[in-house]
Design a binder for this molecule. Structure first.
Ligand code: NZQ
Ligand code: ZN
Length: 389
């Protein structure tokens, strides 16, 4: 277990009718707001109107950036940064899923840089300053509402990279589960897999010695997602299910569960190459990769950890030998992902072949080795991609 510093400064308003506090929170940062959102879902669900009503009542000057893409592009970040500079924006209000929030985070830093925002994402120039960010979450998945990371894509270079800086941490996030009622079955499933994957990356599947207390909490969060994701898919307006997924989303990646471990998000590293090259939905890529990765790294040394996962999460028979128990655990997870959640199970099904695997594998491990449960080099990663076909 490593020493750690834990600080999470995002203030959360959870539940219904909390938007009455929106103006008082924004006012602390100024009067000129850039409202950011995606392709229009917030208008369809009436949230745009509700937010605008609150902002009008408090006489804010509101500017807008709409059309933020899933897998948000650095070119959109540049557009947002230009508005911030031109209009002297004081505070950013992101209303949407992880893509909108991530794009907004990158805008908040790019607003203080007179160049291409891609320079910040590639760490060519450091983040030195950022505008304050307030978010209204509409999709439970990424944890972006309560973390300091942003993932930005450059479609010209087929790159999708993370930008991590404490200044990008949202000041305030509004989490109303009812805002996720309209999330369709596919996005609900993908979001749930993303939550699970954030936990898997630091649960038993990391090589470092860990905090038992964190592991136990992780198991409970995993079980929560496994219980409530199918309910939310069947009954989209089930408040309890949406609320549990929403709070799980925030806690799966807000630095609490990773305390004391060295976390290497291997499945995320591989998935980001898939969405960089093929613009697929993040959670779908994770669902296809995760069981293959588990099978690839399964051997006598890793089997006990996978078996423990199966026993504690899926009720796999504890008396089974380690290897059999581990195999059963991976089967149970695959069944949940592809049968219960109904996600496609292979890359072939979503039109992806092996053409770019070599280059994607090299990029996923930065031409070196991903030091996880079992170190993975480019050749290993290429093999895992092939297992996904
Ligand atoms: O664009 P709109 O019209 O809003 O539609 C979106 C989009 O099409 C729709 N949606 C969102 N809320 C909705 C809704 N549709 C109906 N009702 C609602 N209430 O859902 C689609 C997907 O939205 P998106 O924001 O892309 O999804 P998600 O929240 O899963 O974000 C994915 C992005 O976040 C990154 C991913 O790589 C991906 O780029 N990640 C960010 C992380 C972070 N900041 O810490 C960590 C994650 O591991 C992840 O990498
Ligand atoms: Zn993720």
């Amino acid at each position: 277990m490593y020493n750690f510093i834990f600080q999470n400064t995002t203030k959360i308003y959870f539940g219904e009718n909390q938007l009455q506090h929106l103006s008082e929170e924004l006012k602390q940062y100024g009067n000129r707001i850039l409202l950011t959102y995606g392709g229009g879902s917030i208008k369809k669900i009436g949230l745009y109107d509700k937010v605008m009503d609150e902002l009008k009542k408090a006489n804010f000057s509101v500017f807008e950036l709409s059309g933020i893409e899933p897998n948000p592009r650095h070119t959109t970040v540049n557009k947002g940064a230009d508005i911030c500079k031109k209009e002297n924006i004081d505070v950013l209000l992101a209303v949407g899923g992880g893509s909108t929030i991530d794009c907004t985070k990158a805008i908040s830093a790019a607003a203080f840089y007179d160049g291409d925002s891609w320079d910040l994402v590639t760490h060519k120039v450091p983040v030195t300053k950022a505008l304050p960010i307030v978010t209204i979450l509409t999709l439970s998945a990424t944890g972006s509402e309560m973390d300091s990371g942003a993932v930005i894509s450059n479609i010209d270079t087929n790159e999708k990279l993370g930008l991590l800086h404490p200044l990008l941490q949202p000041k305030v996030s509004f989490l109303d589960p009812a805002n996720t009622y309209s999330v369709n079955a596919f996005q609900t499933a993908c979001g749930s897999v993303d939550i699970l994957s954030h936990i898997f990356d630091c649960y038993y599947f990391t090589a470092s010695k860990k905090m038992d207390m964190a592991d136990r909490i992780m198991e409970e969060v995993i079980k929560t997602v496994i219980k409530y994701a199918p309910i939310a898919i069947k009954e989209p307006e089930n408040y309890e299910a949406r609320a549990n997924l929403m709070w799980a989303s925030s806690w799966a990646l807000n630095d609490f569960l990773t305390t004391g471990v060295s976390q290497v998000p291997v499945c995320h590293a591989m998935e980001h190459e898939l969405s960089a090259f093929y613009d697929i939905t993040h959670g779908l890529g994770l669902a296809i990769i995760t069981p293959r990765w588990m099978k690839y790294v399964l051997d006598e040394t890793t089997a006990p950890q996978f078996k423990k996962f199966g026993v504690n999460i899926f009720g796999v028979d504890e008396s089974l030998p380690d290897m059999q128990g581990a195999e059963r655990a991976i089967e149970c997870l695959s069944d949940f992902l592809f049968n219960t959640l109904g996600l496609q199970s292979t890359l072939t099904e979503i039109g992806i072949d092996d053409k770019n695997f070599k280059i994607m594998a090299k990029k996923a491990c930065w031409g070196s080795v991903l030091p996880s449960l079992k170190p993975l080099g480019a050749q290993d990663i290429e093999e895992i991609f092939k297992m996904c076909l």
